[in-house]
Design a binder for this molecule. Structure first.
Ligand code: DP6
Length: 325
């Protein structure tokens, strides 16, 4: 194209987590995973391939990235160039949109948006499935951010068979995710390193895979039946099974901080009071609370009183990727 192509992709929160690869280079996961795409967190990325550039130029939230910091992006662009059959370098301008100063930057929305913009800028006309396969090469969780609403990532066994598909793009169901921003600090152990450690050293790893495959079926069925309690309970169990892998890795570590543990206990207290809500956590201390839309405000206010007003956000199922012409 003779102008930059812009793509917008939302982040997603996994109800059944991806934690471990079968193939590190192709990013083939060890289990199926399932997520909700969220409306309020997204990345917008513009890409243009230009014959006059001597190297890729990557600008992230207004900062020019160093060679080190842009390595994953440049490796991804190499893959796009290989698919397109040319070797022009690219100018990439990325912005993360988060409602507070939270800096909840996400590799899921980031690589989904990059896949969308770079592939179209390179003249590749990919369908949604192939776009999700391409996003997968950047970051596993990005595979799912191509679609909106409830999304599954079919594990598959190779590049052709590992992709995401929508389960319910526009849920008729009023579901919300209350995000607790407990810290804005960068995580100490990246998911990439953390999951490799689990695969290589946790004695519980094979049990995780077996349990997750069962959780995937349970949550998928719960979505089809709009069974909120089954969805929430199984998601919470699955998240804690994932975190048990960090505790059982060698060296052991955790993504929990003191506030995460406090927040999880408060969710359980709310349940005892009859408010049906469940928690999940990813590779960092922030806690996400899955609830029904009608309860979201009350739950958010409850946590705002404990952690502060700007620390709590209500999100809803969001849209899939959009790409400019
Ligand atoms: C806990 O997608 O960040 O969020 O594929 O190595 O880039 P890479 O990992 P990444 O891992 C996400 C892990 C998770 C669970 C999930 O999103 O399924």
């Amino acid at each position: 194209a003779d102008h930059p192509i812009t793509a917008k992709a939302h982040t997603n929160i996994a109800l059944v987590k991806y934690w471990g690869k079968l193939n590190d280079q192709l990013i083939i996961p060890q289990n199926d995973s399932l997520s909700i795409t969220l409306d309020k967190f997204y990345t917008q990325t513009a890409v243009q391939f230009l014959p006059e550039l001597a190297a890729d130029d990557v600008i992230f939230d207004g900062q020019v990235l160093s060679d080190d910091a842009s390595l994953r992006v440049r490796t991804f662009l190499n893959h796009v160039r290989e698919l397109a059959g040319f070797d022009y370098h690219a100018r990439v301008i990325t912005k993360n949109f988060v409602p507070t100063s939270a800096g909840l930057a996400s590799s899921a929305s980031g690589f989904a948006a990059l896949a969308g913009a770079a592939s179209r800028a390179a003249g590749l006309a990919l369908n949604q499935r192939d776009l999700s396969r391409l996003a997968r090469r950047g970051s596993g969780s990005a595979t799912r951010s191509i679609f909106g609403g409830f999304v599954a990532w079919q594990q598959g066994h190779d590049d052709a068979t590992s992709f995401a598909y929508p389960i319910d793009e526009r849920p008729a169901w009023d579901i919300a995710v209350v995000v607790l921003v407990l810290t804005v600090k960068q995580k100490k152990v990246s998911s990439r390193v953390g999951m490799r450690l689990a695969v290589e050293t946790s004695p519980f790893y094979s049990a995780w895979v077996t349990a997750s495959q069962a959780d995937f079926k349970t949550v998928k069925t719960a979505i089809q039946n709009q069974d909120f309690e089954a969805l929430g309970h199984t998601s919470e169990q699955n998240a804690m099974r994932m975190h048990a892998l960090t505790l059982s890795s060698d060296p052991n570590f955790t993504y929990f901080n003191a506030d995460s543990i406090k927040a999880m206990q408060l969710v359980k207290d709310l349940r005892l009071q009859g408010i049906v809500c469940y928690f999940t956590m990813d590779a960092g201390p922030n806690v996400k609370i899955i609830c029904q839309g009608a309860d979201a405000k009350q739950i958010a206010q409850h946590f705002q009183a404990v952690f502060g007003k700007d620390q709590v956000l209500i999100t809803r199922p969001g849209a899939g990727i959009s790409i400019s012409d």
